[in-house]
Design a protein around this ligand. Structure first.
Ligand code: C2O
Length: 635
């Protein structure tokens, strides 16, 4: 996919105040600057520039990285610098933001050719807007017979292409695998740091681009340029099950045997995660016996979408995720100190420090986990149909439930068509606005187009903000927005404080395991600054990405009510959750969440309070460590 000759230089300007985006002001301390100077290496950049004549400092390329995870990982060899830089100014890393493009990230896997998409020396062309909207995406459960057959025929033909064709089904699945399972790397000179299109503001536009080319290839294969990718309409009651077109027989090209067969004909749970207490699924066929539970789950699903699209989605950071170089601080040094204080203190590897938006971490994640197989209790082995991750280990939550294999299930593309539709609705009907940061707008990726004569097309995020520029839109005639008024209700009577009877402050780091509820009482709420949002920040969340990971966060909910908490309640402030993936480099991952809580505080009548109680409710069996206490900040 990306060209192999991407970088011309091992060196890059470390810091140029003039080119620093204003969102991330430079305040590096003198001491850190001095250390930086000592680290300066002679310039081997093309064009003969040097730090002497252009006033720039030059650092090894690996220090010139995008994002927080970048800075932390990039400074591994320079612990003193890492400590000082992060201590002196937690937002220091922001200045290193760089537009993501094929020069910054490259699929490079020295040991295995697959699943890097087939490489090509052909030149890259820039994307050109489509002049007309020809493709109308429809709900998969409402397709007529003829359209269903078309969809099957197209995917059947794609499956029949040789794997060497970059638009074959296998190669398409490999594109997703490469971008999320450690095959893409930041900068070809830095082979040890994986790049991932998930967990940040890259998520929505990248997936829009990806399924755009998938859709076009399908249309081309059946000679119909009006063919549009059907969407899995899981946000409407009629679509809250795997659509029939995906499951009717083994001969069906849309069928995939690697799914959770218990969920084959079940009502979906958009807040799903495997928990020790997971109850039997409710059949999608509603009967008098199941009516009460059925209706409650449908309602909860609608509330989940309401939270994802409206309540928790008041701005691009809340909805689309934080920038790859997060603006929030990441207190690596403090985390490591806390980790050292523990007997069993793990080695912290900072591999993932971005924060997902509600679009990614709510229904999207739950649907992946719900559709994929459950990890077998007795352990996962290759003989039980697992897929091999880039970590060399077997992963059993395939296909949909493991990021490395998700693209192998045709359901994935219709699932993502609905994720994309959610973004489309947010940016149109709901009036949401994307980022105006050029770092986002000009981020670009290169994809293959044209089944017959594959060519490389470069797309920027700014090219994909309006779906009509891509020649498609969504059919909303039947699928209204049944969740649009699904406001949450109160779980516990007002005034019943969370911390009643549990004043002892928990000690951090703390280990979350299911069944437990942790109350952090008296968390200070700063006065709200004009033009800012109040965010609840939890940093230093260490988890093993191989498992389902999830915990809910609530405000002022009494401990004894916490187990009943969900997105249907006003006390619910959000969740940390992630689709299982490979361990990037054999270690655990460190994540964070940024939850926009103005709505919750207003609804609780706590907007002017000096403090609130934050309640953490782990949902999964695997343990999650949290190194730093939650804080509420203006952002
Ligand atoms: Cu790239 Cu739903 O994941």
């Amino acid at each position: 996919m990306a060209s192999a000759n991407a970088t011309s230089s091992l060196l890059a300007p470390a810091i140029s105040a003039a080119s620093t985006p204003s969102a991330c002001p430079s305040t590096l301390s003198k001491k850190a600057t001095a250390i930086r100077r000592r680290r300066t290496v002679s310039c081997r950049a093309t064009g003969g520039r040097s730090d002497r004549d252009d006033g720039l400092l030059w650092l090894p390329r690996r220090e010139m990285l995008t994002g927080l995870s970048g800075v932390a990982a990039g400074l591994v060899g320079y612990p003193d610098l890492a400590a000082i830089a992060l201590e002196a100014n937690p937002v220091e890393s922001c200045r290193r933001g760089e537009k993501v493009n094929e020069k910054l990230v490259e699929c490079s896997d020295p040991n295995r050719n697959f699943p890097c998409p087939p490489s090509s020396q052909i030149p890259i062309v820039d994307f050109k807007k489509e002049s007309t909207v020809k493709r109308i995406r429809k709900a998969a459960h409402l397709l007529d017979k003829e359209y269903q057959e078309k969809y099957k025929e197209a995917v059947g033909k794609m499956r029949a292409l040789p794997e060497s064709n970059p638009l074959s089904f296998a190669a398409q699945a490999a594109v997703h695998e490469s971008y999320c399972d450690g095959h893409y790397r930041y900068d070809p000179t830095e082979k040890n740091r994986p790049f991932d299109v998930h967990f940040s503001w890259i998520f929505a536009p990248w997936h829009r681009m990806y399924i755009y080319f998938y859709e076009k290839a399908l249309g081309q294969l059946i000679g119909d340029d009006t063919f549009a990718l059907p969407f899995w309409n899981w946000d409407a009651p009629g679509g809250m099950a795997i659509p029939a077109v995906f499951k009717d027989s083994f001969a069906n090209p849309l069928y995939d045997p690697y799914r959770d067969m218990k969920h084959r004909d079940a009502l979906i749970d958009l807040d799903f995660i495997h928990t020790p207490a997971t109850t039997a699924p409710i059949p999608f066929e509603r009967t008098p016996d199941t009516a009460a539970a059925y209706d409650a789950l449908v309602q909860k699903n609608l509330n989940t979408i309401y939270y994802q699209q409206i309540r928790g989605a008041g701005g691009p950071r809340a909805y689309l995720g934080e920038k790859l170089c997060s603006e929030a601080s990441f207190r690596v040094k403090e985390i490591n100190e806390r980790s050292k204080r523990r007997q069993d203190g793990p080695k912290i590897k900072v591999s993932s420090a971005q924060s997902q938006g509600t679009l990614e971490r709510m229904a999207h994640t739950a649907v992946h986990v719900w559709a994929g197989r459950e990890n077998p209790k007795g352990g996962c082995t290759l003989s039980s149909g697992a897929v091999l991750g880039h970590d060399g280990k077997p992963h059993c939550a395939n296909d949909m439930g493991f990021l490395g294999s998700a693209g192998r299930d045709p359901l994935f593309y219709s699932h993502h068509a609905n994720v994309d539709r959610m973004w489309h609705i947010w940016s149109t009907k709901l009036g949401g606005k994307g980022f105006d940061d050029p770092e986002w707008l000009d981020a670009s990726f290169v994809f293959y187009d044209d089944v017959e004569k594959p060519r490389l097309v470069r797309m920027k995020f700014r090219d994909v903000l309006d779906s009509s520029d891509l020649g498609y839109t969504y059919d909303e005639s039947e699928a209204a927005l049944p969740w649009i008024n699904s406001t949450p209700t109160r779980l516990s009577p007002a005034g019943k404080g969370a911390a009643a009877g549990s004043k002892a402050a928990p000690e951090f780091p703390l280990t979350l395991t299911s069944g437990q509820t942790v109350v952090v009482s008296g968390v200070a709420v700063p006065a709200k600054q004009p033009g800012k949002d109040l965010v609840l920040l939890i940093e230093g969340i260490e988890y093993d990405p191989k498992f389902d990971n999830k915990f809910d966060v609530a405000i002022n909910v009494p401990k004894e009510d916490a187990s009943k908490l969900g997105p249907q309640h006003i006390e619910y402030a959000g969740s940390f959750s992630a689709v299982p993936s490979s361990k990037a480099d054999g270690g655990t991952l460190l994540g964070k969440i940024t939850l926009f809580v103005d709505g919750v505080l207003d609804d609780l009548g706590a907007a002017g309070d000096a403090t609130v109680d934050i309640v953490l409710v782990p949902r999964t069996a695997e343990k999650i460590q949290i190194y730093l206490p939650p804080t509420i900040e203006n952002a």
